[in-house]
Design a protein. Structure first.
Lengths: 426, 259
C-alpha cells in the first residue's frame, strides 16, 4: 500500500478554503451544464451511437413494421451483434494505445478453425477445443505484439501481413473449398439456444439489483469522504434508463418467436450473456485496475507513461494478446452461428465491422479515449444496419456502401472532435 | 559542510556521435537549493533525465547519501526519493489531475483495485497545500487546464511523495508573476524542510534569490560550482555564455575544443 510511504507535502496547513473552486458534489443542473460543455468541446462519447441506434430502429421499424421489430428478428439481431461486439471489445485496448489490429478478424477465423478441427477430427470435448482456440489467438497476439513493441514495426504493417498470412493458415487447415462443421451441442447452443425465460428474468433482475447496489455503495463512500461525485439524481436517471432498456429487451425476447406452433422458442440467446459477461469483466479491468489506467496513460502520452516507470513494451504486447484472444472468442461465436468454419471465416468485412463498431461507439482512433461499452453500443449499430438492410432486400452493394459510409462518418466525427478538443482544451 | 545527498562523478552521456555531457560532477545538498544554469542546449535537461533514470549514463558514478547507487530506470530513482518536474511536464492529457499525480504509483485496495478514495483525498490535500485556487475540480481532465495549472499539477505530482531530492526543470518558464512567486516560495520551503532541491532557470534574479549553490553548465561541462553568496549576476552570465569568468571556469583550450 502506497499510503504509508507518502505524506502530505511539508509546509502550509491544509486549509480547505484554499481550494474554493473544487466542489465535491455538483447539482444536477451543474452536471448537465458540464456535460453540455464536454459535448461542445468535442467529447461526445457514446451519444452519437445511442442516438443513431434510436434513429435506425425508428427508420427500419417504419419501413418493415411486420418483420424488423418481431421478437424473432430482435433475437437474431442481438446474436449477429454479439460476434461484432466481442471482436470490437478486444480491439479497444489496442485502439486505446493508438495502434490497430487489422488481423483480428482472420485470427478469429484461424482460432475457430483449430477449435472445430479439434472436435471434428480428434473428437475432443468442447472445453479443450475452445482452450486450444484461445491459445491460438493468444499466440498470434503475442507474436504481433512483440513485433510491434520490440522491433518497432508499425502495427498496421505487422497486422496487414498477418491478415494475409493467417488466411493461408486457415486454408491449409481446412482445405480449398472445404468446410469444417461445428456440431457440438454446447458450442451451437451459444447462438441458437436461449436461456429459459424464468431463468433469464432472474439473471437480468439480479444483475440490475447488484449494479444498483454497487452504485449506491460507491456514492455513499464518496459522500462519506466528501469526494468528487455525480449528483445522486443523475445516477438515478441513468440507472432507471438502463433498467428500462434491459427489462424491455428481456420482455421482447421472452415472447415465443417460434414460427411453428408445435414448439416454443423464447428467452435471451446465450450469446447475449457471453457479451454481457465480457463487458462487465473488461469494464472492470480497464476502469478499476492499475493495468487499465496504464493503458490509457500510454495512449495519452507514451513518454509520460515511460517516465512514470510504466513498462510500455509489455503493455503493448498484452493489448495485442487480449485483442487476439477476444478475436478467438468472436470467431467461435461466428462458427457457432454458421454451424461451420470455412477458409473465408473472419475475412471480408468482419474486421471493418468491428473497428467501425468501436469508433461509432466513441472510441478514438488516435488513442487514449474509449470505453469497453463503446464496442457493445457500436456493435448494435452495425448489426442493426446489416440486419435492417437485409430485411429491405437491397442489393449487396448498397450494404457495403452504406456500412463503409457509416464507418467514414464515425471516423470523421472522431477526427473533428479531436480537433475541437485540442482547440478548446476540454 | 554536510555530505551531499546526491552526487554524480565523471558522468558522460552521448546521443550517437554527439557527446552532450562531459565528465560532469554534480552535487545536491540536503536543505539547500542548487541552481543548475546554462544556455539552451548546455545539457541541463539531459543531466536531469540521466538522474531520473530516463537516460543511462555512458560512464560515471552515482552516490546517494555517500553510498554508490545505480539508477537503471525511473522506478529506481523514485525508490531513492528522487522526483522530477520535467520541462515538458510529462502529463497525460486524457487523464484527470488525480490520475496524473498517481500515475505509475497508484494506491490499491485488495491488491489490485484502484483506491480512488485515498488517491483523490491525498491529491486534494497536496494541491490545497500548494494554494491552487483556480482548479474547478481535481477530477477534471488535464487537457482542460491552463499552462500555469498544468505546471502546478506537475509540481504537486513531485511533492506528493516522500521525496528526498526534487529536480525542477524550468518550472517557472510558463508562469505569470504571482505563480512564479508561489513556485519560488515552494522551492525554498522544500529545501527548508531538508530536501535537496535542484532548480533550473534562466532568470538570474530568481536564481540568486532562492538558491544556496549554483552549478553552471557550459556545452555539457561544469564551468563552476559556487556558493550563491559568493557570486553575482554578471559573473553567472559570463559563466553561462563563455564558460569562464576571471579565474573560475573551464580553461580556454577546453572551451574551444567543445565548441
Ligand atoms: N534524445 C536526444 N537525442 C539526441 N540529442 C539530444 C537528445 N536530447 C538532447 N539532445 C541534445 O543534447 C543537447 C543538450 O540538450 P538539453 O539537455 O535539452 O539542453 P538544455 O536543457 O540545457 O537546454 C542539445 O544539443 C540537444 O540537441
Ligand atoms: Mg532543457
Amino acid at each position: 500500500m502506497t499510503t504509508e510511504q507518502a505524506s502530505p507535502p511539508p509546509g502550509q496547513s491544509l486549509a480547505a478554503a484554499d481550494f474554493v473552486n473544487d466542489e465535491a458534489s455538483a447539482s444536477l443542473g451543474e452536471s448537465l451544464r458540464a456535460y453540455r460543455d464536454r459535448l461542445r468541446g468535442g467529447d461526445m462519447g457514446a451519444l452519437p451511437a445511442a442516438l443513431g441506434l434510436v434513429v435506425l430502429f425508428i427508420v427500419f421499424a417504419a419501413l418493415r413494421p411486420d418483420s424488423f421489430t418481431s421478437p424473432l428478428n430482435i433475437a437474431n439481431l442481438m446474436t449477429q451483434a454479439s460476434a461484432i461486439s466481442v471482436l470490437a471489445m478486444g480491439l479497444i485496448p489496442v485502439l486505446l494505445l493508438g495502434e490497430i489490429d487489422l488481423s483480428a478478424g482472420v485470427t478469429g477465423g484461424v482460432a475457430a478453425g483449430f477449435t472445430a478441427v479439434q472436435i471434428d477430427r480428434h473428437g475432443s470435448s468442447w472445453v479443450l477445443a475452445v482452450l486450444i482456440g484461445l491459445a491460438v489467438g493468444a499466440a498470434v497476439g503475442l507474436v504481433v505484439g512483440v513485433l510491434v513493441a520490440k522491433l518497432g514495426i508499425p502495427s498496421f504493417v505487422v497486422t496487414l501481413a498477418f491478415f494475409l498470412g493467417l488466411q493461408g493458415v486457415t486454408l491449409k487447415l481446412i482445405g480449398l473449398g472445404g468446410t469444417i462443421p461445428v456440431r457440438d451441442d454446447v458450442l451451437r447452443a451459444i447462438t441458437i439456444k436461449s436461456m429459459p425465460v424464468t431463468m433469464g428474468w432472474i439473471v437480468v433482475i439480479v444483475l440490475l439489483a447488484a449494479y444498483g447496489a454497487l452504485l449506491m455503495w460507491r456514492q455513499s463512500r464518496l459522500a462519506a469522504k466528501n469526494l468528487q461525485r455525480p449528483p445522486t439524481s443523475l445516477l438515478l436517471v441513468k440507472f432507471v434508463a438502463l433498467a428500462v432498456i434491459m427489462l424491455i429487451a428481456t420482455a421482447v425476447l421472452s415472447q415465443n418467436r417460434s414460427r411453428v406452433p408445435t414448439f416454443v422458442i423464447a428467452g435471451i440467446p446465450y450469446a447475449v450473456f457471453v457479451v454481457g459477461a465480457l463487458l462487465i469483466f473488461w469494464t472492470f479491468i480497464f476502469g478499476r485496475t492499475g493495468y487499465g489506467r496504464h493503458i490509457y496513460a500510454v495512449g495519452g502520452n507514451t513518454e509520460a507513461a515511460r517516465r512514470a516507470g510504466i513498462n510500455v513494451d509489455r503493455l503493448k504486447v498484452s493489448a495485442f494478446v487480449i485483442c487476439s484472444s477476444m478475436a478467438a472468442i468472436s470467431g467461435i461465436i461466428t462458427a457457432s452461428y454458421d454451424g461451420k468454419v470455412s477458409p473465408g471465416s473472419g475475412g471480408g468485412n468482419v474486421l471493418l465491422y468491428a473497428v467501425g463498431a468501436a469508433v461509432i461507439g466513441g472510441t478514438s482512433l488516435f488513442g487514449g479515449k474509449g470505453l469497453i461499452r463503446d464496442a457493445v453500443i457500436g456493435g448494435l449499430v452495425i448489426a442493426t444496419i446489416d440486419n435492417g438492410l437485409g430485411l429491405l432486400n437491397q442489393a449487396a452493394y448498397i450494404n457495403y456502401i452504406i456500412t463503409g459510409s457509416v464507418l467514414l462518418l464515425a471516423a470523421s466525427v472522431d477526427a473533428i472532435s479531436r480537433r475541437r478538443r485540442s482547440a478548446t482544451g476540454t | 559542510m554536510t555530505e551531499p545527498l546526491l552526487e554524480l562523478r565523471g558522468v558522460n552521456k552521448s546521443f550517437g556521435a554527439v557527446q552532450v555531457l562531459h565528465d560532469v560532477n554534480f552535487k545536491v545538498y540536503p536543505g539547500q537549493v542548487t541552481a543548475l544554469v546554462g544556455d539552451n542546449g548546455a545539457g541541463k535537461s539531459t543531466l536531469v533525465k540521466t538522474i531520473a533514470g530516463i537516460y543511462r549514463a555512458d560512464s560515471g558514478e552515482f552516490f546517494f547519501e555517500g553510498k554508490p547507487v545505480t539508477i537503471h530506470g525511473p522506478k529506481d530513482a523514485g525508490a531513492l526519493g528522487i522526483e522530477v518536474v520535467y520541462q515538458d511536464l510529462a502529463l497525460c492529457d486524457n487523464l484527470d489531475i488525480v490520475q496524473n499525480m498517481f500515475l505509475g504509483r497508484e494506491a490499491h485496495t485488495a491488491g489490485f483495485l484502484l483506491d480512488e478514495l485515498t488517491m483523490e483525498d491525498r491529491a486534494r490535500q497536496t494541491l490545497a497545500s500548494l494554494s491552487v485556487r483556480t482548479v474547478k475540480s481535481v477530477r477534471q481532465s488535464v487537457s482542460s487546464l491552463s499552462g500555469g495549472q498544468r505546471q502546478t499539477v506537475a509540481i504537486a505530482k513531485a511533492v506528493l511523495w516522500n521525496s528526498r531530492v526534487v529536480l525542477l526543470d524550468e518550472p517557472t518558464a510558463a508562469l505569470g508573476v504571482a505563480q512564479t512567486r508561489q513556485v519560488l516560495d515552494l522551492v525554498r520551503r522544500l529545501a527548508d524542510n531538508g530536501l535537496g532541491v535542484v532548480l533550473i532557470s534562466h532568470n538570474m534574479v530568481d536564481v540568486l534569490e532562492v538558491s544556496d549553490r549554483i552549478t553552471a553548465l557550459f556545452l555539457g561541462r561544469v564551468a563552476a560550482d559556487i556558493k550563491a553568496s559568493e557570486t553575482n549576476h554578471s559573473q553567472i552570465v559570463e559563466l553561462i555564455t563563455a564558460g569562464r569568468s576571471g579565474d573560475i571556469g573551464i580553461s580556454a583550450a577546453t572551451a574551444d575544443q567543445s565548441a
